[in-house]
Structure formats: C-alpha cells, structure tokens
Design a protein around this ligand. Structure first.
Ligand code: GLC
Length: 579
C-alpha cells in the first residue's frame, strides 16, 4: 500500500490478505446491499399514522435511486402487534394495518420492475397467542396434540404453581406463563422466550416443520426472493429444559461477564441446523434454471458467538447469509475493528459464505446515536430523556465514517431505513408513548427499541414530515428529523444521503462487493485496507484517532465521509481513494 513518508503513521506495516474474493463464484446475494424497511415507519399511504404496503410501493423509486440491490421488510402479516408484528397470528395474510395480500403482490411486482429483489421476514420461533393453533391449544387438554405444537409443561411444586424452570424472557420477567384450563382450574405453563403473547413453538414436532415449509412455499409462490429468519438460533431447546442462571439477552449468550463454556439451553442448539437444511432444499428447488440470478435466499438473525459458531449457520447447505452482529457490536476502536474484520472473514470463508455487514436495525440504538455515546460503555437498550444523551454531531460523524468503512468491505451489507439520512434515535421520547413490550416487562428499567423505530422524515415542510398525508405518526418524530428529511438532503453535496448514494454507486461500478481485502496490520488508530476489486484497487483509510493523517501523493479521492483538510483526513473520517 502506498504510504506518504511524511505522515506519523507512515511506517508501512504489511498488509495481509484477509479475504480472497476471487475464490467465490458471483451470486447476487454474496455482495448485495439490502435495505431494511420497517413497514410501520417507512411510508403511510392511508393517513392513519402507521406505514403500509402501498406507501412502501410508492417510495420504491427512492430506493432504486439510492442504489441498493434488494429490500428486506420486517413483518407485515396478520398480528395483534404485541411485538410490532413479530407476533404473527396468520402467516399467509397481510394485517389490515398494512393493507391486503394484493398490495403485497403489487409491491413485489413493482420492486422487480425497478430491479430490486424482495426479502420478507419469517418468524418461526413463536406465533402470536392469537394464532389459531394457540387458541386450539388453550381449548384442548394437557397432553393433547394441540398442546404438543407449543412448549407446554406442568409446573413445579405440589400444586404446579412454580414455573417449570427458571428461564427469563428476553423482554424481562419470567419466560413462562400459566394458563387456566378449560374447566377453570389453574393449569399448565407455556414457554415464551419473548412476550407472553409470543408462545414458543415445539420444533421437535414434524407438523410444525411441515407448516413452515408450506409457509415458505406460499411466499416463494407469491414471488419473493428470500427470507430473513427471526431468532434463527432459538428454535430448538436443550432436552429437559435445564435451568439457566445467566441473564437472557437478545444477543445470544448473555453471559454478563461470567465465563462458562456451556451454551444457553435455549440458544444455538445443534438441532436447529437440520431445519435450515430442509429449507435450503426448498429454496434451491425454486431456482429452476440453476443460474445464480434465480437464487432465492435466506439470512439468519442468529445472535451467536463466537463467529465460528455463527459460521455454522452459513454452511453451503443452510443459510446464504447471517447478520454479522459482532461487527455491529464492536466499539469505535481501530484494533477491535481490525480484529472483527479479520475474524469474520476467516470464519465465513472457511465455510465458503459471504460476510454480511450491518450497523443498525430495528432492535438496536441507531449507529448515529450509539457512536455518540462514550466508547466502551455497554450498548444501551434504548435511550430516554433522563439518560446521558449522545453527542449528536460526533455520533453522526462517526456513523458516516463507520458506514464508509463498512461499505468498503467485500461481502453483503444491510442498511436500516433512515440511516442513509443520518437519523439518530429519538432519545427524548416521552415514556407514555413507548410501545416496545420491553419497557413494561423490564419494570421500566429498559427503554427498549422505540427510539430507532420512528417514522421516516421525507419532506421537511409537510405534516408528519411527509410520512403520510396526515400529521399522525404512530411514534412522535423528534424535531431534529426536520433538517434531516430526505428532501433536504437530495442533491445537496456532502449530505449523508448523497454520501450513501455515491458509495453505493462506486461500490457497484468497481465491483467492490466481490473484491479481495487486504488489511494492514498495525496497532495504531487508523484502519488501512485495500479492496482489491476487479475494476480497481480501492484504498481505504479510516481515521479513528485524534490527529489528522495524510493521504499519499497522487491519491484520487473517490469517497470521503466528511470534509478533508486538503490531503489530510481528519479525526473520525474515512476515505476511499485510488493512487
Ligand atoms: C427478533 C426481532 C425482534 C423481535 C424478536 C422476537 O429479534 O428482530 O424485533 O422482538 O425477534 O420475535
């Protein structure tokens, strides 16, 4: 890598090949940039303050212009919305909040016309308690085939009044709820790793497996290109459901400082893999020509550590992709970023899978806010008005640099709606409007995820910032969203929106998603890499230190996350260049 001999960081340490892109055949999902749409908050067509499918369809040209390859939609299925749609009561129906099945078909067709693929969410770990199966289970007797579809158990103690084990719900409180039997007597308990309105299914039962295979086919027949699979690491529980004493976080292990080799009995059990092998066979069967352009894919939401365990989900016979949550969780430290990049490629390459980068989604504080918090503090589950507030300016500056680093990495990437506008979380939302079950279930100790789920600002001067035709928005938008509205940034040099557009354009033109990655070994505050792509060798400098660093003579800057000072890259800024 070219170095400027006058810079303090110029003692050129060796750049190491950490990923050889030439070893993989081209398939769209290996390098796709996929945009996550959160249907409740993307665009509202009918003016009820809740986003909908017609609203999404109307805004698809914006995503084509942004330059993404595909969209993933969080659930829009029939649901009582106890967990914002991750509690599904009918997997083959669209919730009236979001429209009709016809609207889903029209959305898919329009996306395809625009050259965008469509990935939908699949929630197999649990149904809603209002799903017909669960209603039937409550009406039936203990030991019945209806109960067998879920995780019903007798309670402990002489009268069964103690839960079957000590597991806690991810959202707080115990993971078991006791039912009243049809005859009015206190009865069995059912397991819910999440809300009581999300009973866990029994994935040992062939009938459950068959039902989900049929649901997969339903959506594939409707024309979708793939699935993002919710809680993919949770389906199978350790036999006997043994007690577990550590806290249960969404993020898999939840060991909270404890060191133990035991895996939590509810996560990442080996038995999950055969489920995904059967799904992969179904997906493969939908590619009639065998040309990779026809690949239907699945992406795992598996909060599994270490990366070597996570890589088991992306073996050739299972998922195509898995979110790289280790990357999302990495603090703003050059050495930690280098380490996670290296380890991610090593693990995924060992099974021939792409690495799928991600920084934000509907479950975490947006990276524009997260990176504005003091480094090295644990990642908060939501931020409230009385909590220490992120440094907005610093957060956005680092977020832009972090994304510039991320989109330079070969592999796939996910973008969460609104991050292309540099949106922060709503960090001063009144508690009364919170809807995430986490807030109530944690006894008001965890704010939860509403702050990252706020309706999109499209037009600064319209009611609801152009979210829909009325001024209603299901969660309030912070005043700071006005200046960040899409219409305030489109065409404005230096805006976050134009930065994303430029990066996606360059990444595509130079085939950077398929490149090889050389990473400079160094202990300094500057991450230096080369994406050796088919069309160019793109050099990347991300300056996480306080002092500026010089670009080499003759550097042609392709992308800069912030203003450069001549040829100097200031603190918390990342640059792509050729030399
Ligand atoms: C996943 C979803 C999250 C949901 C949970 C339960 O982690 O991303 O939003 O609450 O699963 O379905």
């Amino acid at each position: 890598m070219t170095q400027n001999p006058t810079t303090p960081t110029s003692t050129a340490p060796a750049a190491q090949l950490v990923h050889d892109g030439s070893r993989h055949a081209d398939a769209w999902w290996r390098s796709a940039v996929i945009y996550q749409i959160y249907p409740r908050s993307f665009a509202d067509h009918d003016g009820d303050g809740m986003g909908d499918l017609v609203g999404i369809t109307s805004r698809l040209p914006y995503l084509r212009d942004l330059g993404v390859d595909a969209v993933w939609l969080s659930p829009f299925y029939a649901s009582p919305q106890a967990d914002a749609g991750y509690d599904v009561s009918d997997y083959r129906a669209v919730d009236p909040l979001f429209g009709r099945l016809e609207d889903a078909k029209a959305m898919v067709a329009r996306a395809h016309e625009l050259g965008l693929r469509v990935i939908v969410d699949l929630v197999p770990n649990h149904t809603s308690d209002e799903h017909e199966w669960f209603r039937a289970a409550l009406a039936a007797a203990p030991g019945s085939p209806e109960r067998e579809r879920y995780m019903f158990r007798d309670g402990k103690g002489p009268d069964g009044s103690e839960p079957p084990n000590n597991w806690e719900s991810v959202f707080g409180g115990r993971a078991w709820t006791r039912v009243t039997e049809p005859d009015g007597s206190p009865g069995q308990w059912y397991l819910h790793l999440f809300d009581p309105k999300q009973p866990d299914l029994n994935w040992e039962l062939p009938e459950v497996r068959e039902e989900f295979e049929s649901i997969l086919r339903f959506w594939l027949d409707l024309g979708v290109d793939g699935f993002r699979v919710d809680v993919a690491h949770g389906l199978i529980k350790e036999a006997g459901l043994p007690d577990w004493d550590a806290e249960l976080h969404l993020l898999g292990a939840g060991l909270k400082g404890e060191s133990t080799d035991r895996r939590p009995p509810m996560w990442d059990q080996d038995g999950v893999h055969e489920v995904y092998e059967s799904w992969r066979r179904i997906l493969n069967s939908y590619n009639e020509t065998g040309d990779s352009a026809g690949d239907r894919i699945m992406c795992a939401e598996a909060w599994v550590t270490p990366v070597e365990r996570a890589a088991r989900y992306v073996r050739e016979t299972e998922f195509h992709q898995a979110f790289n949550f280790d990357f999302l969780e990495t603090h703003w430290h050059a050495d930690k970023l280098r380490e996670v990049i290296r380890a991610s490629y090593a693990a995924n390459d060992s099974v021939g899978a792409p690495t799928t980068w991600v920084l934000s989604n509907h479950d975490v504080v947006r990276h524009a806010s997260r990176l504005g918090l003091p480094i090295d503090q644990p990642r908060p589950n939501g931020i409230g008005a009385e909590d220490p507030q992120p440094d907005t300016e610093l957060g956005l500056r680092r977020a832009r640099a972090a994304t510039t680093l991320m989109l330079a990495l070969p592999g796939g990437a996910y973008i969460y709606q609104g991050e292309e506008l540099g949106l922060p979380d709503h960090t001063t939302m009144p508690d009364e409007v919170r809807q995430d079950p986490t807030w109530e279930r944690s006894g008001h100790t965890e704010k939860g995820r509403d702050g990252c789920r706020v309706p999109m600002p499209w037009e600064a001067d319209r009611p609801g910032l152009g979210f829909g035709p009325s001024e209603q928005t299901w969660l309030p938008q912070p005043e700071s969203y006005r200046a960040l509205a899409a219409d305030q940034q489109a065409g404005v040099p230096g805006s976050t929106l134009e930065l994303y557009r430029r990066m996606l354009q360059v990444r595509r033109e130079l085939s950077m998603g398929q490149g090889s990655l050389l990473l400079e070994e160094s202990t300094g505050d500057v991450v230096r890499m080369v994406n050796d792509a088919r069309e160019a060798r793109v050099q990347v400098v991300a300056n996480l230190g306080t002092d500026p660093v010089d670009l080499p003579d003759g550097a042609q800057v392709l992308v800069a996350s912030g203003a450069l000072d001549g040829t100097r890259v200031p603190s918390d800024t990342a640059v792509w260049f050729t030399a």
